[in-house]
Design a protein around this ligand. Sequence first.
Ligand code: IYR
Length: 261
Amino acid sequence: MPYPFVESGETGPMSDTGQKPEGRALYRHPYPSPDLAARHPFVAYERQRVDDQTMRDRAESFRVSADGRRSVRMFSSDPVPRDLIEAAVAAASTAPSGAHKQPWTFVAVSDPATKSRIREAAEAEERTNYLENRMNAEWQEALAPLGTDHHKEFLEVAPWLVVLFEQRYELRPDGSTRKNYYVKESVGIAAGLFVAAVHEMGLATLPHTPSPMAFLRTVLDRPENERPFVMFPVGHPLRGLLVPDLARKALEEVLVVVDGT
Ligand code: IYR
């Protein structure tokens, strides 16, 4: 496959700024190698460069939007059209994944009977967690400011429950299996994108992990290679609801820079 950046060193997909292409000087081992490009398909990746100020503006507007997100525990029962859930899952499924395996399945539930079964099973587990001290004192202390308990009404009230399953391995239609790689990391990133997509469209969610969650595989009749990872009630936030008055860590608390300049 012709790959001009490597072939000629004159021009290439990244040289849209009019700068001299730097490929030859920067990389002694270009990717893909001509050999690799001959064996697997590659396509040009072209992304318009924007100036630093434009990037700053975009970053700031994304930060402000992201900072406006809150996990909510009281949803309106107002319906949400199915295509919005599909759009959020489509966005989430763009997540990078180990060996591009996309080892996830999203199960979107609006059926009231199924939601009830999920609520019942989740509350049964949470009763053990909260009332029979399956969560130890330190854990309960950490949760105190959130004030969560074993009541999970939102699982029935929210118009959608989206259950994200990780595929521990790939199960092919002929019954054969293939390993997946970095499953937790991949599915975690997809979950993050899902949360962002839901927020960005104006809806709310809560990453909910009734623990243990194995019952979800049975209730939703999922195959043996799938394990529940996290569940997302999705809907409009209930008007007038309260959320904990949490502060986010300052940048200095979460960022360490090893600067070379
Ligand atoms: N799964 C329980 C407990 C819980 C745990 C954590 I860590 C939270 O941030 C919130 C809740 C529940 O859903 O109540």
